[in-house]
Each structure stands twice: as structure tokens, then as C-alpha cells.
Design a protein around this ligand. Sequence first.
Ligand SMILES: [Zn+2]
Length: 83
Amino acid sequence: METIVRQQLAELLPQMEVCPCEKCQLDIQALVLNSLPSHYVVTEKGEMMTSIDQTLPQNQADLYAAITKACVLVGSNPQHDLN
Ligand SMILES: [Zn+2]
């Protein structure tokens, strides 16, 4: 799940007018992960994992919307001083 978000972020961030520093990217990533509805599955080893079915268009749209929202939020209120 986190990998999917990271991939989508890497694709979308260049199109967003947002600070490209690591701090802001991590903030955005955290916001996206927190805002997404997660589907929890327990593996055979008993580990909790989150997964999202990327083949569903609705999930792609949700992910895109969450990333856009997080970029706007962080971009308008960065957690550090801008030079
Ligand atoms: Zn930044």
C-alpha cells in the first residue's frame, strides 16, 4: 500500500505546485495514507497488512484525490520555513 502511494506520488508530484523537499513529501505521504480507506488483511504469518485493489477505478480516483488534497494542504501550510 505504501509502495503504491509512493509510486503515485512520484508520478503526480512534478505536476503539483508543492515544495519538493523530503519533509514536505513525507508530510504529503502521511496525509495520503491517513486519509485513505484501508483494507486490512492478515497474512499467514499473522502480520497486519493494508492493501488496496488498484484495479478498481474508484480506488485510483480516491488515491488521486487524496494526493491532490494533501499537496494543496502541505503546499499552503508547509511545516518549515521557506527560503
Ligand atoms: Zn518543503
